[in-house]
Design a protein around this ligand. Structure first.
Ligand code: AAO
Length: 494
């Protein structure tokens, strides 16, 4: 039997955790407990000096050696080992569609010092030569993707100048599989396949077929890696996300773009319309989807999604969006963990969208310090540590597998729903106060709101909610509350 790492109750060939954390650019010295973490590309990349060391240089591989701004191979191994030992599983952002940009020059300006020549397409650290790239199959005038309506261009031409690997070649497939299998042997649990839309689904399938099972030091024998593919499908293009279902999960980009519109009340949207959120909104089947409110691209205007995307910069709206996502049963969810940078909007565009992680004057990445109030310092945002978000991840784990129940709305922007008899959440996104008595579906008792506080010992540090013997409870939420929502679940019951 083919299995993936998974909680016992998930279904289908590609099982998965309930929530992933997306750690952008963090250094390899962190460990937490009880979660799944996706990390920035760990392999060698080009050093871009104009602009100086942008975050996106990590999306321009030079070899598959494991040394990057986040640390050395030894440090990466150490982190994965320590994380696996405490039940925290690491997923790697895998850049296998391409190498660096065609204008990357020649030399050893790479994070492990491997020689490369972007002009002659030579990458000594792999090695790849000009024979391993797709240019002979691309028929656009400049070798670039010019039209997303043409499948052949999207998959055989260069994405923003990046040298496009010939993934149908046995040699290239072998090099990529060896790279991923090295990570698996170190203990990694799965991969985000970057730019999957720019690869033929059959090529991805072949590479996956070459992957080892996960390391039996930490995973049951026969466990397959979790695969999720970055395919941006907002509709209206030649390539559809469904072509990739056979390989694993697929990113659902409609999710964050549409949720942003709803929470912002743009385009006539309101929270009440979320009643049939999910497939009812034209999303892919829930058991195929990897969903997120924002990602490392669209939180800074790259990629897709546009202005509606919610990010930590607008923390009140962001927490509403993330809480809704984590409470709702659709998809496997991913929460961001970001860093702050100094934004500079010129004509509506942030011209500082390239800025890399917080760094010291010698260019090294600053460590993630933890403040007394458990938030992060040194310009690390650590959304995953925000009480409201952390507690909603616990909510999601608590209600995992439970049905979507007891929907209520006021016809506008006050909504509530439950997850079976294990959890209930209420939002007031109106400009007036809310006072409603609702059927929660929960057993009678006193519950701690896990947004304004949480359960500590035998008391609640925030709001308390009393559920009657019939399952009903009164909720009052001020429209000016910093967090205009309340969430209760059976593991936060007094
Ligand atoms: C950098 C420089 C470039 C330079 C290049 C090479 O910025 O100027 O030419 O180096 O030297 C990241 C950065 C890039 C960076 C690259 C390499 O974002 O700026 O280039 O690293 O350092 C497409 C892909 C998608 C990709 C996304 C950014 O389909 O795979 O572009 N995301 C991943 C990563 C990303 C990374 C790469 C891939 C490359 O997450 O971090 O790039 O490894 C349409 C298409 C989408 C397309 C977008 C943007 O979207 O559908 O497929 O994404 O355009 O081009 C509406 C539409 C929506 C449309 C969107 C935007 O929303 O409905 O469909 O507008 O037009």
């Amino acid at each position: 039997m083919v299995r993936s790492y998974a909680p016992a109750n998930s279904a289908g060939p590609v099982d998965s955790p309930t929530t992933l954390q997306h750690w952008t650019e963090q250094v390899w010295n962190r460990a937490a407990a009880g979660c799944w973490i996706m990390v920035s590309p760990p392999n060698e990349n080009i050093i871009v000096s104009n602009p100086w060391r942008p975050w996106y240089e990590r999306y321009q591989p030079v070899s598959y050696k494991l040394c990057s701004r986040s640390g050395t191979e030894a440090q990466f191994r150490d982190m994965v080992t320590r994380c696996n030992n405490v039940g925290v599983y690491i997923y790697v952002d895998a850049i296998i569609n391409h190498m660096c940009g065609s204008g990357g020059g020649a030399g050893t300006h790479s994070t492990c010092g491997s020689y490369f020549n972007a002009g002659t397409k030579e990458f000594s650290g792999v090695p790849y030569s000009s024979l391993d790239f797709n240019d002979n199959k691309c028929y656009t005038s400049n070798g670039e993707i010019q039209n997303y309506g043409d499948v052949n261009q999207v998959r055989n031409c260069r994405l923003v100048g990046l040298l496009d690997l010939a993934l149908e070649k046995d040699y290239v497939r072998g090099k990529i599989a060896a790279f991923l299998n090295n990570l698996i042997s170190i203990g990694v649990a799965g991969f985000r396949l970057d730019a999957a839309k720019h690869m033929w689904p059959g090529d991805i399938s072949n590479i996956i077929s070459r992957l080892s099972n996960l390391n039996t030091k930490w995973f049951p024998s026969g466990t397959r890696p979790l695969i999720f593919q970055e395919v941006i499908d907002l509709g209206g293009e030649a390539i559809s996300a469904s072509e990739y279902y056979g390989n694993g999960r697929v990113t659902e980009f409609k999710y964050g773009a549409k949720l942003g519109n709803v929470v912002r009340k743009w385009n006539g949207e309101k929270m009440a319309y979320l009643k049939n959120w999910g497939e009812g909104w034209g999303f892919m089947p829930s058991n195929r989807a990897l969903v997120f409110v924002d990602n490392h691209d669209n939180q800074r205007g790259h990629g897709a999604g546009g202005a509606s995307i919610l990010t930590f910069w607008e923390s009140r709206l962001y927490k509403i969006g993330v809480a809704f996502m984590l409470a709702h049963p659709y998809g496997v969810t991913r929460v961001m963990s970001s860093y702050r940078w100094s934004r500079n909007f010129v004509n509506g565009k942030d011209v500082n969208d390239w800025i890399g992680p917080p760094s010291n004057s010698d260019g090294s990445t600053k460590s993630v310090t933890i403040n007394a109030d458990t938030t992060c310092g040194n310009d690390w945002v650590c959304e995953h540590r925000w009480r409201q978000i952390k507690n909603m991840v616990i909510f999601r784990n608590t209600v995992d597998g439970q049905a979507f129940t007891n929907w209520w709305d006021n016809g506008g922007n006050q909504i509530a729903f439950g997850r079976g008899n294990r959890g209930f959440i209420v939002f007031n996104n109106e400009s007036w106060n809310m006072d409603a008595t609702l059927n929660t579906g929960l057993p009678a008792g006193t519950y701690c709101d896990v947004i304004s506080g949480q359960k500590e010992g035998t008391r609640c540090t925030g709001v308390q909610v009393t559920v009657s013997s019939t399952g009903s409870a009164r909720f009052t939420i001020s429209s000016s509350a910093e967090d205009p929502f309340i969430a209760i679940h059976v593991n936060a019951k007094l």
